[in-house]
Design a protein around this ligand. Structure first.
Ligand code: FAD
Length: 252
């Protein structure tokens, strides 16, 4: 049986570990925190959505990013300090703008498949993650936003997602708490919401039931390869003891 190491016990690492265990691999997950899902997968918007599969590689995102640099309450802030990794990433981002349509269609297809896996695993492993299967609605406050949403809808449909437009009255019927001026919106019935932390913790326990091993409080420091094997050097955050283990493969 091949032994695979997974670095990171967030939603990415734990779902990877679960898939590998299902395929018959021996799996060890390493994380520097004491429990699974204590970093980005601790709390998020809670959306299990395919309706947000539109990729960000558009000129309007670049303009927004520049404008946000001068706003105190920017939702995403770019530090302009020179850094090779950051600027090469930005160049890749801009280089992918011509692929906006094809990437959005492919992301939609992937999101639908990922969402289905998450639902199936939760029901198979009995994971209680405050799941609310009541759809997700996008709200447009002006004509420009609504027309952009209609163009996105066409791409989402090509990726296999049904997201339909709704009038302000239909929106208030779906969500009576809505108030203010609404231009229109889009509703995706197949989307839902849930607690990512509870989900990841529950799936980590399912992995353990399937024989997966979790090493917590360990910080991975170095990876090296020799004779087709991977050597992982890590140290325990508690007493700084350094360990080195060998695996057949690694997923980061
Ligand atoms: C504000 C916000 C809202 C969001 N809303 C949504 C949403 O509604 N729906 C959605 O689908 N996505 C949403 N996202 C995105 C989503 O939450 C993340 O993409 C996801 O949680 C990332 O999971 P991850 O496993 O890749 O990373 P993480 O959860 O951050 O896991 C990485 C793990 O690696 C470990 N680690 C790192 N370095 C080392 C090391 N050297 N040694 C050992 N361990 C290490 C960390 O301890 C951590 O546990 C949101 C993100 C943010 C920030």
């Amino acid at each position: 049986m091949k032994h695979i190491a997974v670095v990171g016990a967030g939603i990415s690492g734990v779902t990877t570990a679960y898939s590998l265990l299902q395929r018959g691999y021996q799996v060890t997950v390493l994380d520097r925190n004491r429990y699974a899902a204590m970093m980005t997968s601790f709390a998020n918007g809670g959306q299990l959505s395919a309706s947000n599969a539109e990729v960000w590689t558009q000129f309007s995102t670049v303009l927004k990013g520049i404008r946000w640099m001068f706003k105190r309450d920017a939702p995403l802030l770019i530090n302009p300090r020179p850094d090779w990794h950051k600027y090469s990433w930005m160049a890749e981002f801009v280089g992918n703008i011509p692929n906006y349509e094809s990437n959005t269609i492919e992301s939609t297809r992937l999101a639908i498949a990922a969402r289905q896996h998450l639902f199936d695993w939760a029901s198979r492993e009995n994971i209680d993650f405050d799941h609310e299967a009541r759809g997700i609605m996008h709200i447009c406050v002006d004509k420009h936003g609504f027309e952009h949403g209609q163009r996105v809808n066409e791409l989402l449909a090509r990726g296999g997602l049904e997201r339909h437009s709704v009038t302000p009255d239909e929106m208030r019927a779906i969500e009576p708490a809505l108030s203010g001026d609404l231009y229109g919106g889009f509703y995706t019935e197949s989307d839902s919401t849930g607690d990512i932390h509870k989900y990841t913790r529950g799936l980590a326990q399912a992995c353990q039931r399937k024989g997966g091993k979790f090493l917590f409080d360990v910080r991975v420091q170095k990876l090296s390869s020799e004779n087709g094997k991977v050597q992982i050097t890590y140290y325990a955050d508690v007493d700084y003891t350094v360990e080195c283990d060998t695996f057949d493969g690694v997923v980061i």
